[in-house]
Design a protein around this ligand. Structure first.
Ligand code: VGL
Ligand code: ZN
Length: 208
């Protein structure tokens, strides 16, 4: 049972988007190729915020990068991004989404952010992804997408806690890198927690 989990491949996270990740577009050909591999299940996430989400700098009349307390925990403020129903929240052009089995929406509660595809940042509410994956018998999760240091990282860490075995396809993830070391630190943290870091060119052999 092999599951591909694709994180936040949305216009706003690509170059030119509201929260554009450098070289984010480079991963699209890799993702299109891996979607041709014989995965049993393909799940995609969408960051899906209401217009005045608490993670947006504009909601607090502040500048992106400043911090506030949101739901009692630290929140870094982002430019408004992935607003429900807007172009920025749409899947990136050039990505063949026809084989996606299930979409997970996260960050919908204006009072708390949700980097992980499983839980909000306080771990109060879950998105339903765990129940969905367990109902399908998923165990190995092959993970790619944006951004390595936020949504990929926290999705992977929660996946380990929930008993999955995550494989992070390193070339198919790109980081925001507010600090230049964030990508490397995130990959190390995921690996120490129990994730497997794999290379794109080794993926096909693992799942065929
Ligand atoms: C993300 C920051 C804010 C992500 C989402 O997808 O990594 N990062 N919202
Ligand atoms: Zn977001």
């Amino acid at each position: 049972m092999q599951t591909l989990l694709l994180v936040d491949l949305q216009n706003d996270f690509f170059p030119g988007g509201a929260l554009g990740v450098k070289e984010g577009d480079h991963i699209i050909p890799l993702v299109n190729e891996m979607m041709q591999y014989p995965f049993d299940l393909i799940v995609a996430t969408k960051d899906w915020h209401p217009a005045s989400h608490g993670s947006f700098s504009t909601t607090h009349h502040k500048t992106p990068g400043e911090h506030v307390k949101l739901g009692g925990i630290d929140q870094i403020l982002w430019p408004p991004h992935c607003i429900q129903g807007t172009w920025g929240a749409e899947y990136a052009p050039g990505w063949d989404t026809t084989h996606i089995d299930h979409v997970v929406y996260k960050g919908t509660d204006p009072s708390i952010d949700s980097y992980s595809a499983f839980f909000d940042n306080r771990h109060y509410k879950d998105t339903g992804l765990d129940a969905y994956l367990k109902s399908k018998g998923a165990k190995n999760l092959y993970i790619a997408g944006l951004a390595t240091d936020y949504c990929v990282r926290y999705t992977v860490l929660d996946a380990i806690q929930l008993g999955y075995t995550p494989y992070v396809i390193v070339e198919a993830c790109k980081a925001v890198n507010l600090k230049p070391t964030d990508e490397q630190d995130s990959l190390e943290q995921m690996q120490i927690a129990g994730a497997h870091l794999i290379h794109f060119h080794d993926l096909k052999a693992l799942i065929t």
